[in-house]
Ligand binder design. Structure first.
Ligand code: NAD
Length: 481
């Protein structure tokens, strides 16, 4: 399957249109891989996987490093492709550079993480046990549109270095980066033998799940549930990284300049199109009014990255249907008595849909704005009295991805953070989980399932462990009878 992205003029029929979020125009098409094509790709990669897995881990890492070098050659094309699909410039540059760092990091760290050992049996003096790490032959990675390159490679890279073959299916909303990425891959043939990208939408994703030995899915809870059910029917592991409704708790002792900075940044970065975006803010009553006042001041000062994508901060909303979700949540909140203090109106500028940072008060948990994922630059703020109330509000959610606590001291923040049911808690900062690869964390509740993608577990989850039980003495026969 060649996932080449063609321009409109040459586009054949059986392809999906790709929308440019800055213009609103569909200016490219993405090929749709059929189930038969996915199966053929799976067969090809499986045939090459055993030889790949037999190579020493350092050699696999070296191949990934070579790919990073080749990707660096394609850096400009990758950034252009990401920019065309997402409409944001600086983050596209950051994504490409981050992907290169991620490749090189795993290449250098992996050899230290997969050392097999031999140890004596506790019960049988003549027996030793060797453990063997056996990679899943073929891993499927399915990714969303909010960080197209980062989330297409975040699981694929450790799976490859573990010795798996990998098929990636990126979101059909943001697939243009696949072209330059595959060009670079073709120049590293040993890796191209075990890594492929297939493009398409839900049908292609379903076909992928039905043909792999483990699946890494990043996306919505609704789709994650379908993927988990399909994986369960096949008894294959599903590593699910799903949505969030991350709370920020601001205690009265917090430095309000710092707290408003963190909340604003954590809520609107990448337009709020981030799973670990801060989507509800609880502020202790004595500082509630000054906090809101300062937050609104800062929110009003944020400029749109329009018309010049390289200046300003907020680009267009990437996925048109998400604009409708955001609008519906704001309408519901207003209808229930919420007040929008700034932002709040989706603007059409040159065909792109933009929303300025939107601070909403007089909110409560009857509103979808406080309970369902918004995925936009919207900041609902609610007061609380005691730390226990804040903890109860934070935990009153179906989600448990991450959270942050802002307080006068780290000890105070830690005491609250320990009580929050979520996998990654930033203390006196926000949304740090994407920058701290070392900290293992699980997604709680509906935010996900399966081993940590961070830390050493991010690699080790791609192995099954085998015990090679060695008898050094004489094996026993049937006891005297
Ligand atoms: P989505 O669930 O709509 O789609 C994700 C991917 O699944 C796409 O590639 C899509 O084509 C594919 N897909 C759709 N139906 C499928 C099926 N039946 N079987 C297999 N694959 C199928 O999600 P989205 O709108 O692209 O992304 C936004 C969501 O992703 C948000 O909920 C966000 O929180 C979540 N997300 C989570 C993380 C995390 O690490 N926890 C990171 C980023 C985004």
């Amino acid at each position: 399957m060649n996932a080449r992205i063609d321009q409109v003029a040459t586009a054949p029929q059986a392809r999906l249109p790709v929308r440019n979020p800055r213009t609103g125009a569909c200016d490219a098409f993405v090929p749709v891989a059929s189930a038969a094509e996915v199966a053929a790709t799976a067969a090809r990669l499986r045939a090459a996987q055993r030889a790949w897995a037999r190579r020493p881990v350092a050699e696999r890492g070296a191949a990934l490093s070579r790919w990073a070098d080749e990707l660096a050659v394609e850096r400009e094309a990758l950034v252009d492709a990401l920019f065309a699909d997402t409409g944001r410039w600086g983050i596209s540059v950051g994504e490409v550079d981050g992907a290169l760092r991620n490749l090189r990091r795993w290449a250098s760290q992996a050899p230290g993480l997969v050392t097999e050992t031999e140890f004596p049996s506790a019960l049988l003096p003549t027996v030793t046990i060797r453990d063997q790490y056996v990679p899943y032959p073929l891993v499927g990675c399915i990714s969303p549109w909010n960080f197209p390159v980062t989330l297409s490679l975040i699981d694929a890279v450790p799976a490859l270095v573990a010795g798996c073959a990998v098929i990636v299916k990126p979101s059909e909303v943001t697939p243009r980066f696949v072209g330059p990425l595959r060009r670079a891959l073709a120049r590293v043939p040993e890796l191209a033998a075990v890594l492929e990208f297939v493009t398409g939408a839900a049908d292609t994703g379903r076909a992928l799940v039905s043909g792999v030995d483990a699946v890494c899915f990043t996306g919505s809870v609704a789709t994650g549930r379908k993927v988990a059910e399909a994986a369960a029917a096949r008894f294959i592991p599903a590593f699910l990284e799903l949505g969030g409704k991350d709370p920020a708790i601001v205690l009265a002792s917090a430095d309000l300049e710092m707290a408003t900075d963190v909340v604003l940044r954590g809520s609107i970065a990448n337009n709020g199109h981030a799973c670990m975006s801060l989507e509800r803010v609880y502020v202790q009553r004595p500082v509630y009014a000054p906090f809101v006042e300062r937050l609104v001041e800062k929110a009003r000062a944020v400029r749109l990255a329009y018309p010049d994508p390289r200046s300003g901060y907020l680009g267009p909303l990437i996925f048109e249907p998400q604009a409708r979700v955001i609008q519906a949540q704001l309408d519901d909140a207003r209808a229930r008595g919420a007040r929008v203090l700034c932002g709040g109106e989706i603007e059409n500028l040159g065909g792109g849909l933009y929303l300025r940072p939107t601070v909403v008060v007089d909110v409560d948990h009857t509103m979808t704005l406080l309970t369902e994922e918004t995925f936009g630059p919207v900041i609902p703020v609610m007061p609380f009295d005691t730390a226990q109330q804040a903890i109860d509000l934070a935990n009153d959610s179906e989600y448990g991805l991450s959270a942050c606590v802002l307080a006068g001291t780290l000890d105070e923040a830690l005491a609250v953070g320990r009580e929050i049911d979520a996998g990654g808690i930033s203390l006196n900062d926000g949304c740090m989980t994407y920058m701290t690869y070392e900290g293992e964390k699980n997604s709680f509740k509906y935010s996900g399932l399966g081993g940590s993608r961070m830390g050493a577990a991010g690699l080790r989850r791609f192995f099954r462990k085998k015990a090679l039980i060695q008898q050094h003495g004489r094996a026993a026969g049937v006891p005297a009878h």
